[in-house]
Ligand binder design. Sequence first.
Ligand SMILES: Nc1nc2c(ncn2[C@@H]2O[C@H](COP(=O)(O)OP(=O)(O)OP(=O)(O)O)[C@@H](O)[C@H]2O)c(=O)[nH]1
Ligand SMILES: [Mg+2]
Length: 232
Amino acid sequence: MAAIDKVKIIVVGDSGVGKTSLTHLICHQQPIGNPSWTVGCSVEVKLHEYKEGTPNQRRYFIELWDIGGSQNHQNTRSVFYNPTNGIILVHDLTNRKSQQNLQKWLQEVLNKDGNHSKSKSFDDFDPEQFVGSTQIPILVIATKFDLAAEVRSSVHRRSSTIAEECGADEIFLDCHQVRSLAAGSSSSVKLSRFFDKVIERRYYSAREGISPDKRRLPVYSSQYSPKFYHND
Ligand SMILES: Nc1nc2c(ncn2[C@@H]2O[C@H](COP(=O)(O)OP(=O)(O)OP(=O)(O)O)[C@@H](O)[C@H]2O)c(=O)[nH]1
Ligand SMILES: [Mg+2]
C-alpha cells in the first residue's frame, strides 16, 4: 500500500481561546471534557479525504500542531513553526482582545518561517502583503459561539478584520458540540475546503513543479482591497 502523505498545520491564538478543544473536536469528532493548559505543543492527527467525491480523491494525514498560547513560552515556541503548510488562527468571541491579537500571532508564525528574516516592526506589519508573499493558506476560527449572543443573533455575521485581510474563510463554532462540525454543515465544508487548499499548495503547487491544476490555485491578496485597522 502506498504511504500516506501529510501536511502540517499550526494552530495558534491566545491562551484559553479554545485551541485544544477545537483540535480535539476536529481530530476525534467529540468534545474534550476539561482541557488543561497546553505546555509547549501537542500534535493531533486527522485523516482527510482530499477532493472527496471526485476522481482525484486521495487520503492525506493532517497534523494539527496545537501551540500553547501562554505568554511565558513566547521565546521557545518558534521551534514548532518551521516549516508549516497552513495556519489556523483561533479567537474567542467573548474576548475581543484575542481577535486583535491574531495579527501578532500571524506575524510571530510567519517571521519564524525562515523566509521572512527581513520583517519589519510590528507597526509596519501588513497581513495582506505577508499572506500574499508566503501563500500559506490561513483559516480563522471563532470559538465560544454558544456564549456570544450578539454574534449569534445577527443575520449577517461579520468576519473578523484579520480574516478579511488574509482573504481567509472564518468559522464560528462551539467547541463543546459535536454538531458544530457535523458532516455537511457549512463549518465542516469550510474546514474541508481549507484542508484541500493546504494539500493543494503543498503537493500540487506550481512552485513545486508538479501542477496538474494550476488554474484552481487560490489567490489570496489580489481579490481584497486594502483595509485599515479598527477596534470595533
Ligand atoms: N462555552 C465554550 N467554552 C469553550 C469553547 N471552546 C473552549 N472552551 C473552554 O475554554 C477553556 C479553554 O480551552 P482550551 O481548549 O484549553 O484553550 P487553549 O486555547 O488550548 O489554551 P492554551 O492551551 O492555554 O493555549 C476550557 O475551559 C474550554 O472548555 C466553546 O466553544 N464554548
Ligand atoms: Mg491548549
